[in-house]
Design a protein around this ligand. Structure first.
Ligand SMILES: [Zn+2]
Length: 225
């Protein structure tokens, strides 16, 4: 792929109460940086860049506020921008096996992006096996935990249709599973909104896939430290 002028976007997606707070309330830990529009950067890949790299990249970032279910990229389209999730969560519905790489000429950023791609690969494989082998209740619990980790809030704006797509199952199965988790007092579920009430027991209700993915992330983090 030819090197194109670096274009990147910081996006804020699927905003929730907690991520809105994170947008407005910045911890004075010295790691807070700003993009070209003066918005605070919270994305961990961007925060981990060296000074030279962040000086090269951050001024070029454009802050975007995204609506729920906004599609960033359709399979098969040419990639024109890189998106860095600042708060909220992006989902990948399908990953093409050709695994194209993008060279950006910034070693630390490239390393972080490779690490991210590696994690996505592991996650896609694990989730594909999970969707085939594990019960919908366990998968729903696993998916809600992963979403809470990414979004940083126990309030998740999720419709049944979206959950069904994520879990590769029918809406009616999602209804039954959400009902089971709700009856057990682990979540509350209303139209388009899930609240996690009892995270500890939700972890117990999830399949082992959640713990396995968590362990992999921790191992990589310790290697990078
Ligand atoms: Zn599983």
């Amino acid at each position: 792929m030819a090197k194109s002028p670096f274009s990147a976007r910081v996006a804020s997606a699927a905003r929730t109460t907690a991520s809105a707070n994170r947008d407005g309330d910045h911890h004075a830990n010295g790691s807070s940086r700003k993009d070209g529009d003066g918005n605070h950067v919270l994305n961990e890949i961007l925060l981990a860049l060296s000074r030279a790299e962040s000086e090269a990249v951050l001024p070029k970032l454009e802050f975007m506020r995204l609506k729920l279910h906004h599609v960033l990229h359709e399979a098969g389209e040419t990639l024109k921008s890189a998106y860095f999730c600042n708060s909220g969560m992006f989902s990948v519905l399908n990953v093409m096996p050709d695994g194209k790489s993008v060279e950006v000429g910034l070693p630390k950023l490239e390393r972080a992006l490779n690490r991210f791609a590696q994690f996505m690969g592991v996650q896609v494989t694990q989730v594909a096996a999970c969707n085939r082998l594990h019960e919908v209740n366990e998968r729903l619990a696993r998916w809600l935990l992963m979403t809470q980790d990414r979004v940083g809030s126990e309030h998740l704006p999720l419709t049944q249709e979206f959950l069904a797509q994520m879990l590769g199952t029918r809406r009616s199965s999602v209804t039954v599973s959400a009902g089971t988790l709700q009856k057990a007092g682990l979540i509350s579920y209303t139209r388009g909104h899930v609240a996690i009430l009892d995270r500890h027991n939700l972890e117990e209700a999830a399949c082992d896939c959640y713990g396995l993915l968590q362990k992999q992330v921790k191992e990589w983090e310790s290697q990078d430290a």
